[in-house]
Design a binder for this molecule. Structure first.
Ligand SMILES: Cc1ncc(COP(=O)(O)O)c(C=O)c1O
Length: 508
């Protein structure tokens, strides 16, 4: 996979005003051979539109001068003039007097916010949220097991703003076992990873600060950044694994782009999901982790590393935690978030963050101002489940593997023109629909009893990833098969795009 090597703030978000350009040779490397299709300019315009929609070519980037692109493509200047005219006509570019042609999105492609909530009575098959159920017997047994412990705690006040000491210890021990030495003082127990992110943003950022994000990324994290008033600067992540040049498979990240973005934009913080990334499923290799950590250290950027999915290794384990890939000094600005939600059960609402002990104290103070602390009973439950993780997790991973197999088989049978790269872990496929139809499909699928949201919700900029659909494999195999059959019927039913409905949206 070749990314646009964007100069200036690479592949950046729309509110970042740093000048950016894409080089003629870099753009040419991402485009089809003009000699192969007639008329070439149409073919090229279509390809550039796809690159923009898929986030591989950033928005608000200056395209090369016509003559330079013509040379790089080995085509005529007239072809490139016609290409740029067509891009402008279709809304994928606009010209600024005296300053060239810039990438843009056609009007009407803006994604909706994700803030409107589902109604509780919604009964459709839920593919909008990637999380699995906990077997009822496991919960019942664990509740029985913790009853005497909970009774013991009843004699205390029950306020633990840092988290229950025994749970902090268990979480620290899990980090250490995964290769990142950690003490309980470095752990703050939160009400889920999303809560941890909110605490971090409230403490470490101010409206107007820059934040580097992956594109695509986890919608609720993007929303939290937006609501904090941060200006996002995005870097592309693909599901292609990347050819990585001499570096081999890059998991979909381009550390050169990340390094140049950190250097030029000097963001206050960056939010990354390096393990089974949501939604692409990619895993950032150790070498890239070390480079990114080093670059963030140089730019003084706080790295918020979301490891919520790190233990969901279906084929091969993820590398050691991100913060283990640099000097203690560099790791001092890494804050790692994690959660029980994807490995055990989201209903616990238990997550954590790992940070330098001094910062944990400040975050705990932030937490007191927010909710005083979490529930003792939920934390005892989480601890008991963590203590049994070596028994419970393999069965959970087996269920996910069965779901992944059922989903891929159903897709091959019922939607043979869709494509995807099977991720080595995590909870979902990032499916390429081959056409920008995902929000229309999501609308129509609801009428067939499937709730799913279009790929656009995962974009750092509005209007991207219309050709993508994130499909979780967290439901039972037969439900997944049924859901795919229904989506195939929704596709076949009505070829007209459905009007976007005013309806609640909620992704997890
Ligand atoms: C990458 C990522 N981070 C965080 C979360 C939210 O986790 P929690 O339920 O612990 O708040 C999710 C859930 O979808 C996720 O995919």
């Amino acid at each position: 996979m070749v990314h646009a090597q964007v100069h200036g703030a690479a592949a950046s978000g729309h509110r970042d005003r740093t000048p950016r350009t894409v080089g003629a040779r870099q753009l040419a490397a991402m485009l089809p051979d003009p000699a192969r299709a007639r008329p070439a300019y149409r073919h090229l315009a279509h390809a550039i539109g796809e690159l923009i929609l898929d986030g591989r070519l950033a928005l608000h980037v200056r395209l090369p001068a016509e003559r330079e692109l013509a040379t790089a493509l080995g085509t005529s200047r007239t072809t490139v003039t016609a290409l740029y005219d067509l891009l402008r006509e279709n809304g994928y570019a606009h010209s600024r007097q005296g300053s060239g042609t810039w990438t843009a999105l056609p009007a009407g492609r803006a994604a909706k916010g994700v803030s409107r909530l589902l109604r509780p009575e919604d009964t459709a098959i839920d593919l909008a949220r990637a999380a699995a159920a906990l077997p009822g017997q496991v919960l019942a047994d664990t509740l029985a097991e913790i009853a005497p412990l909970a009774a013991g705690h009843a004699g205390t006040l029950g306020y633990h703003p840092y988290g229950l000491p025994e749970l902090r210890e268990a979480i620290a021990a899990r980090f250490s076992a995964r290769g990142l030495a950690t003490t309980p003082e470095q752990i703050l127990v939160t009400s889920g990873a999303q809560h941890g992110l909110s605490l971090i943003l409230a403490l470490l950022s101010r409206p107007g600060d820059r934040a580097m994000v992956e594109n695509p990324s986890y919608p609720n994290a993007l929303e939290a950044l937006r609501r904090t008033g941060l200006r996002t600067v995005s870097v592309p992540v693909t599901d292609g694994g990347g050819d990585g040049g001499e570096g081999g498979d890059t998991g979909g990240w381009d550390s050169e782009i990340i390094e140049s973005t950190l250097r030029r934009s000097v963001p206050q913080l960056a939010y990354l999901i390096p393990d089974f990334q949501n939604p692409t499923g990619g895993v950032m290799p150790s070498g890239e982790r070390a480079r990114v950590l080093h670059a963030a250290h140089r730019s003084g950027t706080w790295l918020i590393v979301d490891e919520t999915l790190a233990e969901l290794a279906l084929d091969a384990p993820a590398p050691a935690p991100f913060a283990a890939h640099g000097s203690a000094d560099a790791a001092g600005k890494v804050i790692t978030t994690g959660s029980m939600s994807k490995t055990h059960w989201a209903g616990l609402r238990i997550g954590w963050l790992r940070a330098p002990a001094r910062l944990v104290t400040e975050l705990a103070a932030q937490r007191v101002a927010t909710d005083m602390g979490g529930s003792v009973v939920d934390q005892l439950l989480a601890l008991a489940l963590l203590n049994r993780a070596e028994d419970l997790l393999p069965a959970h991973l087996d269920r996910l593997r069965a779901g992944r197999t059922a989903l891929t088989e159903a897709l091959r049978t019922h939607t043979p023109h869709w494509s995807w790269r099977t991720p080595p872990g995590g909870l979902s496929l990032w499916v390429d629909l081959g056409a920008p139809v995902s929000s229309a499909l999501a609308e129509r699928a609801l009428a067939h009893g499937v709730r799913i949201e279009g790929g656009g919700y995962f974009g750092a900029d509005p209007g991207l990833f219309e050709n993508r659909l994130r499909i979780p494999y967290t439901l039972p195999p037969e439900t997944l098969t049924e859901a795919v059959q229904r989506m195939a019927r929704a596709l076949a039913d009505d070829p007209r795009p459905a009007a976007p409905a005013q309806r609640p949206h909620w992704i997890a």
